[in-house]
Design a binder for this molecule. Structure first.
Ligand code: 2AM
Length: 171
């Protein structure tokens, strides 16, 4: 079972992300653009896990505490030699602290992550073929009050993400 922990956005943020995705699509010859329901911010990618271990991960989620915080989408960028396009988050302390806490607690319980430096991003498209360079955007924000454990799978060939556990901020 392929798992990751993510922030899913409200409708307003999602429509702003979609507008960016569509602008990118308009500037591109081709690409695999993220479906509206799949737009998310990964906090920790856990990877393939034996389904028997899901309860352990849920128990770790139960111990994660965070206050609501503001997440701000503020720029565009690319990975993979310009073919993966993303919208980047302002790398503030609450987001960083939350990400580190989850990663640390998972590592203590024996879950191995890839150890790469965290770069908060929302993938807008993969295998994008374009002459465009990332352009400046007007930042937009949302108050984050939940994080979710997500299952990733292909259903009839379609990449599908499903929330299987939710942890709410302590208000
Ligand atoms: P990406 O969009 O940049 O590929 C589900 O795959 C989520 O986990 C995506 O947000 C993906 O980011 C992220 N992720 C992080 N590390 C990953 C890895 N090593 N393999 C696949 N997905 C990864």
């Amino acid at each position: 079972m392929r798992l990751f922990i993510a922030i899913n956005f409200n409708d307003e943020t999602r429509s702003r992300l979609l507008a960016l995705r569509d602008e990118l699509r308009g500037k591109s010859l081709s690409g695999n653009f993220t479906a509206p329901e799949n737009l998310h911010l990964t906090l920790v990618f856990i990877g393939e896990v034996n389904p028997k271990k899901v309860d352990k991960i849920k128990a770790i989620m139960d111990t994660v505490t965070f206050a609501p915080f503001t997440a701000t989408v503020e720029r565009l960028g690319t990975f993979s030699r310009g073919t993966l396009w993303w919208a980047g988050l302002r790398d503030g302390n609450p987001l960083k602290d939350l990400q580190r806490e989850i990663e640390h607690k998972l590592a203590l319980c024996g879950f191995e992550m890839d150890g790469r430096k965290y770069s908060p991003h929302i993938t807008l498209g993969r295998e994008v073929v374009t002459d465009a360079k990332p352009w400046n955007i007007k930042p937009f924000s949302e108050m984050v009050t939940t994080i979710e454990l997500m299952k990733s799978e292909r259903i009839s060939g379609k990449l599908t993400y499903t929330a299987i556990d939710t942890r709410r901020a302590i208000i």
